[in-house]
Write a protein that binds this ligand. Structure first.
Ligand code: ADP
Ligand code: MG
Length: 257
């Protein structure tokens, strides 16, 4: 359970792209130890919100306070160093390198070392990488080229990397995108396990409702850049406005098809 302490506080955050209000006056709090999901139809502003938190984008107005520190508009590397990590939707695995090397290089990069194979850095974090491979259930495959693993296992490595780098808050943008139902279950089980073991705080956005309801303890719903409502998964599931938003999306998709 979460501690009640606020780890991330977003105040009246807005970001426009030309005339489009991608994120509009968003306020929310993420409690330490919580697993907080941001949900909403495509285009709701979820990824933009994440990019504002991690510094990939700068807001037009509003504030982002992390662990008591104002990080609004700071560059991504500064924000990463305050303890916010993220996993990307794209694959960042080096397919020809072993699973262990991938984990090792991620650890090096996270601590600000330049990754130069066969350099001195090559010997650093080698044991930690093996530990991490075991922690995420890939110990037996640590010496295999990462590219030989299934797509789902490669995504699991990425997620594991982001969870294991020692960030206080981990952002996952649609972590199970492109995974089969089986891979999704396995990956989210791993996320829950690591989050519990390492006392992580998670903020994730997700399209797949079964992932949201199996993993989140708090849910914030976004629609057209704004916060529609927030609550427990049970409250969100029963909220008729939320159902309408998703129904609206279904109709749009049907019309667009
Ligand atoms: P979500 O992740 O919820 O699907 P996004 O944050 O990606 O939504 O997008 C919110 C809105 O902002 C969408 O209408 C999208 O087209 C627009 N948008 C996102 N990024 C950009 C950008 N870099 N330039 C222009 N428009 C953008
Ligand atoms: Mg998105």
């Amino acid at each position: 359970m979460h501690s009640g302490k606020t780890l991330l506080r977003i105040e009246h955050l807005s970001r426009r792209f030309g005339g489009l209000r991608a994120v509009e006056n968003v306020s929310l709090e993420v409690k330490q130890g919580d697993r907080h999901a941001i949900i909403g139809p495509n285009g709701a502003g979820k990824s933009t919100l994440f990019n504002l938190i991690t510094g990939q984008l700068k807001p037009n107005s509003g504030k982002v306070v992390f662990d008591g520190r104002d990080i609004t508009g700071k560059p991504p590397h500064v924000i990463a160093r305050t303890g916010i990590g993220r996993a990307f939707q794209i694959t960042t695995i080096f397919p020809k390198l072993t699973v262990r090397k991938n984990l090792q290089y991620a650890m090096l990069a996270h601590r600000g070392y330049t990754v130069r194979p066969f350099g001195i850095a090559d010997r650093m974090f080698s044991a930690e990488a093996q530990d991490l491979a075991e922690a995420v259930g890939l110990g037996a495959w640590a010496d295999l080229p990462a590219g030989q693993l299934s797509h789902g296992d490669q995504r699991a490595i990425e997620i594991a990397i982001s969870l294991a780098l020692g960030s206080k808050l981990v952002l996952l943008d649609e972590p199970t995108a492109g995974m089969s139902a089986y891979e999704t279950d396995k990956a989210m089980e791993l996320v829950r396990q690591l989050a519990t073991e390492r006392h992580l705080t998670l903020l994730f956005c997700e399209h797949d409702m079964s992932v949201v309801f199996s993993t989140a303890r708090t849910v914030t719903v976004m629609h057209q850049g704004r916060v529609l409502t927030a609550g427990t998964p049970e409250q969100i599931r029963r909220n008729p406005d939320v159902q309408k938003v998703y129904l609206g999306e279904l109709e749009e998709e049907e019309l667009g098809a």
